[in-house]
Design a protein around this ligand. Structure first.
Ligand code: NDP
Length: 289
């Protein structure tokens, strides 16, 4: 069996096209242009590329973006002041502080300073708490991208056993919390695994849907996958042979029923969900919901 590809790139394009229509409609109704402010501290080349791509995505769907570039020597107080300025600016609806931050800055303090209504990454504890309680303001971008990928490819979720490998605050934990909620896109039975899980393969082989987010190239091998399972590979690893996911794609696709490629799987959806959240923020702040 060769697995069906879950094509994140074309799905992301489709969602962006839908979003562009919604943005035009929103601007027509409110005269408000949804605006994302991206704060980049320092000159990390990968962060520069991420921010550039996010701003380009904004342009494609008609969302305005601002770039605030600060030197690597920026103090925590200076960054907090910048976040406070953006928080108070009525023309800014979403604030994104690109991580990682230089070591003199406490990331948690910065993320908590972003007002929850403008927290389009959904990292603020209030937004995490709301999501846990099943009444989200925004959904975190990568888990939301994974959920959309499953929903829009008609992959059954309710009643399925989802195994999530990885328990980070940005991927594994929130994704598990989302898939276990009641209702559409949820109702799964979720198992979360991590580096202290013994006999990982015995658990991953039980998965109807296996989501891997660990950051280890080609770690999940074909024998760890139940035949016919849906495999979602969140990992992005730079190897000598180029980008690789956390799943040994070539072998896994012979066992799985559906599988995401890397690149072109979850990544494009993550970026798109940021745009969705920015429009949501603008709607909420404009009282247009
Ligand atoms: P983290 O490093 O924050 O977390 C990794 C998790 O994997 C941890 O919970 C860790 O366990 C677990 N883990 C590590 N090694 C093993 C192992 N051998 N067996 C089982 N579990 C293991 O990573 P992120 O969640 O931030 O990112 C994961 C991957 O996803 C990375 O490749 C990253 O680049 C990619 N990524 C992709 C995105 C996209 O849009 N496609 C977005 C975000 C991330 P423990 O907690 O015990 O240490």
């Amino acid at each position: 069996m060769t697995a069906t590809l879950l094509d994140g790139k074309s799905l992301a394009k489709q969602i962006r096209e839908e979003l562009a229509v919604e943005v035009v409609d929103f601007i027509k109704r409110t005269s408000v242009v949804p605006t994302l402010a991206a704060v980049l501290v320092g000159e990390d080349p990968a962060s520069q590329v991420y921010v550039r791509n996010k701003r380009r995505d904004c342009e494609i769907v008609g969302i305005h973006s601002q770039l605030i570039e600060l030197p690597a020597t920026t103090t925590q107080d200076k960054l907090l002041a910048e976040v406070a300025r953006l928080a108070a600016d009525p023309e800014v609806h979403g604030i994104l502080v690109q991580l990682p931050l230089p070591k003199q800055i406490d990331e948690t303090a910065i993320l908590e300073a972003i007002p929850p209504g403008k927290d389009v990454d959904a990292f603020h504890p209030e937004n995490v708490g709301r999501m846990m309680q099943g009444r989200p303001r925004f959904l975190p971008c990568t888990p939301s991208g994974v959920q959309q990928l499953l929903l829009r490819n008609d992959v059954p979720i309710a009643g399925q056993h989802v195994v999530v490998v990885g328990r980070s605050d940005i991927v594994g934990k929130p994704l598990a919390a989302m898939l276990v909620q009641r209702g559409r896109g949820g109702d799964a039975t979720v198992t979360v695994c991590h580096s202290r899980t013994p006999d990982l393969a015995a658990i991953t082989r039980q998965a109807d849907i296996l989501v891997v987010a660990i950051g280890r190239a080609n770690f999940v091998t074909a024998d760890m996958i139940k035949p016919g399972a849906t495999v979602v590979d969140v990992g992005i690893n730079r190897t000598d042979a180029g980008l690789a996911g956390d799943v040994d794609f070539a072998a896994a696709r012979e066992v799985a029923g559906r599988i995401t490629p890397v690149p072109g799987g979850v990544g494009p959806l993550t970026r798109t969900m940021l745009l969705v959240n920015t429009l949501t923020a603008a709607r909420q702040l404009a009282g247009a919901d």
